[in-house]
Design a protein around this ligand. Structure first.
Ligand SMILES: NC(=O)c1ccc[n+]([C@@H]2O[C@H](COP(=O)([O-])OP(=O)(O)OC[C@H]3O[C@@H](n4cnc5c(N)ncnc54)[C@H](OP(=O)(O)O)[C@@H]3O)[C@@H](O)[C@H]2O)c1
Length: 272
């Protein structure tokens, strides 16, 4: 069965790579595309670009993929869910409260949603390996790297790491942040009991690092993206193919990409 896909943010950095991949996939059909400045033109996937999601969904869609902006991604997700359309959210910057609201709406409507904070296999592996390390190390903090003009902080990748690490347990903290002498803000943002530090610099690419510490030893697990959107595409296609499997919101791609399956046939298996 062909899955009909609408892409919001079709003309953006990710959208420009994602649209041709959807068009090239035999089991997917691009039926809608959304972006404001190019509205009214025919996009790279050969479908008209709509200025609003409501207009784009009129052509019919099974899945909305959103790579737009944190200012509009939640509204897009709720619009799609109300229309009975499954949702894959690539956009970063949504808060836990936003995601809880999307989860509730998806459950009420009986559709699936995936918030893939980072679709790159290296980022999914970082999360997986960090969760193992958190079972054995006593304390950890998250470093969140991105280019200087990234509008949101912390990144979706860092939010997801803090959220998943807190499911393992709370890190030990020798001195509570609010008892820091000087400026407690220097200790970063406390998210789910984890300190998150966002670094925004020219020349920096998207990345994340979890720094673990235990008595007299330290472990660092770090992921770095590159200059192209290519690493996000395979994970996003997998999310499109699996979002309808389950009702409600899933955070992250670990189960979909089966990163904990020992008998991996090869590195390209995450393209399923
Ligand atoms: N999950 C992941 O793996 C992953 C990977 C990379 C990036 N991201 C996140 O994905 C988001 C998009 O990244 P990007 O680098 O592709 O951004 P980008 O290059 O700025 O592209 C944004 C796209 O969304 C459209 N857009 C923005 N606001 C809109 C609105 N209100 N209504 C309709 N369309 C709108 C833009 O077109 P117009 O401005 O013309 O409307 C453009 O097509 C960011 O939040 C980024 O952090 C996630």
């Amino acid at each position: 069965m062909t899955i009909r896909v609408c892409v919001a943010g079709a003309t953006g950095w990710v959208g420009r790579s994602l649209v041709p991949a959807i068009v090239a996939a035999a089991d997917l059909a691009l039926t809608g595309a959304v972006a404001r400045r190019a509205q009214g033109t025919i996009g790279p996937g050969g479908v008209p670009i709509s200025g609003t999601l409501g207009e784009a969904l009129r052509a019919g869609a099974d899945v909305l993929v959103d790579f737009t902006s944190p200012l509009v991604a939640k509204a897009h997700a709720l619009t799609a869910i109300r229309a009975g359309v499954h949702v894959v959210i690539g956009t970063s910057g949504l808060t836990d409260r936003d995601l809880e609201e999307i989860d509730r709406a998806a459950r009420e409507r009986g559709v699936g949603a995936i918030a893939g904070a980072n679709f790159a296999i290296a980022a999914v592996l970082l999360e997986h390996l960090a969760l193992i390390a958190a079972r054995h190390m006593t304390s950890w903090e998250v470093l969140d790297y991105a280019q200087a003009d990234k509008p949101d902080a912390p990144s979706g990748t860092a939010r997801q790491l803090a959220y998943r690490l807190a499911e393992v347990r709370q890190p030990e903290v020798a001195r509570p942040v609010d008892q820091t002498l000087g400026a407690p803000a220097a200790r970063g943002l406390t998210l789910h009991g984890v300190q998150v530090h966002s670094i925004r610099l020219p020349g920096q690419v998207i990345g994340a690092e979890v720094v673990f510490g235990s008595m007299d030893e330290r472990l660092s697990i770090r992921y770095d993206g590159g200059s192209s959107a290519a690493p996000y595409i395979a994970g996003c296609l997998a999310a499109i193919r699996h979002v309808a499997d389950r009702v409600g919101l899933r955070r992250g791609l670990a189960d979909i990409l089966s990163v904990d399956t020992p008998a991996a046939p090869g590195p390209e298996r995450h393209t399923r």
